[in-house]
Design a protein around this ligand. Structure first.
Ligand code: OSB
Ligand code: MG
Length: 373
């Protein structure tokens, strides 16, 4: 391709807050809005966008918006600013001295992929090695106040076309919820996500989910506990999928070797960006482990990145990459991401992530802004 190196000349950070269309409850608690950092990078007037998936609290991961802001400003920016990269895949390695903080790193790295793809005039999916122009969408349904409301939500999402239903579970909202859904919606692709709400002592209880033919149980045990996941997988039939636990390709290799997961959820923010996500995808493919794309309640910008990444061949299960209108109204992008009646999403086909960011909406949602050069 073109021999012009990628040089990040300017980084803008904005802390944004958007109200959620509907509350979202997991085993961590209930949220009504989403605050996140939007990263905009620039080279010669061309721009690239990245969305940091860190949250206001350190419940899903140890990172928060405040730590990500600090790490990008004090450590990531000095490493990447003004330095020529032949390809955005070199950026993660360049940040190697900074341990952890994958969400902070990913936001900048992903912005660089967007910028580079725009400079080449190609959709991001092409640069990532994607093989599809549409992706299959599933949906993640939070914990509701009652089982009747849960049934109603599933009915609504099914009517909108979603191809797979995931529900959040926690102790007290698990076997009964699944039994009720199986009773109402026999045979639908159904899975559960515990966000680490159980321990190995709950193995027999989790085994009670086996008769319901779930596609998988996502992250039942603690985020740093590969060993107990391996032991649990020996005791239950439902395939285990890891999310929180897999912060790196190395850890994923270890988890696969030890039989701690049969399916992997990929979130670029969790592993440090697109290059690491592609590496994780390739590792899983070599081991015949299917992957699917997770979600972090992203705005349309992060969502567009996720859609492009989901076009790689081993993303063989529907992801948590749903329509904008489930989350934000309006979204930061126009047109918004839509899910078609057949449960698929068309991959935006302009250069880069291929979506138009509405700057007035970004301005209106901005709480804080800084520029790094
Ligand atoms: O565990 O997959 C998760 C949202 C925030 C943090 C963690 C998770 C989730 C979701 C929602 O499940 C996925 C989405 O619809 O964006
Ligand atoms: Mg999860």
């Amino acid at each position: 391709m073109s021999g012009t190196p990628l040089v990040i000349e300017r980084i803008e950070l904005r802390l944004l807050r958007l109200p959620l269309v509907r509350f979202f409850e997991t085993s961590f608690g209930r949220v009504h809005d989403r605050a996140f950092i939007l990263v905009t990078i620039e080279q010669d007037g061309a721009i690239g966008y990245g969305e940091c998936v860190a949250d206001s609290n350190p419940f899903y991961s140890s990172e928060t918006n405040v730590t990500a802001w600090h790490i990008i400003r004090e450590f990531v920016a000095p490493v990447v600013l003004g330095r020529p990269f032949a390809h955005p895949r070199e950026i993660f390695g360049a940040m190697h001295a900074i341990r952890g903080h994958n969400m902070a790193k990913a936001a900048v790295e992903m912005a660089a992929w967007d910028l580079f793809a725009r400079q080449q005039g190609v959709p991001l999916r092409e640069l990532l090695g994607g093989v599809r122009t549409t992706i299959e969408s599933g949906v993640s349904i939070g914990i509701q106040d009652t089982l009747d409301e849960l049934v109603e939500r599933v009915r609504i999402e099914r009517a909108d076309g979603y191809r797979r239903i995931k529900i959040k579970i926690k102790p007290g909202w698990d076997v009964e919820a699944v039994a009720r859904l199986r009773n109402e919606f026999d045979g639908i692709p159904l899975m559960v996500d515990a966000n680490a709400a159980y321990s190995i002592r709950d193995a027999a209880h989790l085994g009670a989910l086996d008769p319901f033919d779930l596609m998988m149980i996502e992250q039942p045990l603690d985020y740093d506990d590969i060993g107990d996941h391996a032991r649990l997988q020996q005791r239950i039939r439902t395939p285990i999928c890891l999310d929180e636990s897999l912060h790196s390709v190395h850890l994923a290799e270890d988890a696969i070797q030890r039989g701690a997961c049969r399916i992997i959820n990929i979130k670029p923010g969790r592993v440090g960006g697109h290059a690491q996500s592609v590496a994780l995808h390739d590792l899983a493919a070599r081991h015949d482990i299917p992957v699917w794309h997770g979600g972090m309640l992203e705005s349309g910008i992060g969502r567009a990145h996720n859609i492009h990444l989901s076009t790689l061949p081993n993303f063989s299960l529907p992801g948590d990459v749903a329509a904008s209108r489930r989350y934000f109204s309006p979204d930061l992008i126009d047109p918004e991401i839509i899910v078609r009646p057949d449960g698929t999403i068309a991959v935006p086909d302009g250069p880069g992530i291929g979506v138009h960011v509405v700057t007035d909406r970004v301005d209106a949602a901005t709480l804080e802004r800084t520029e790094l050069r």
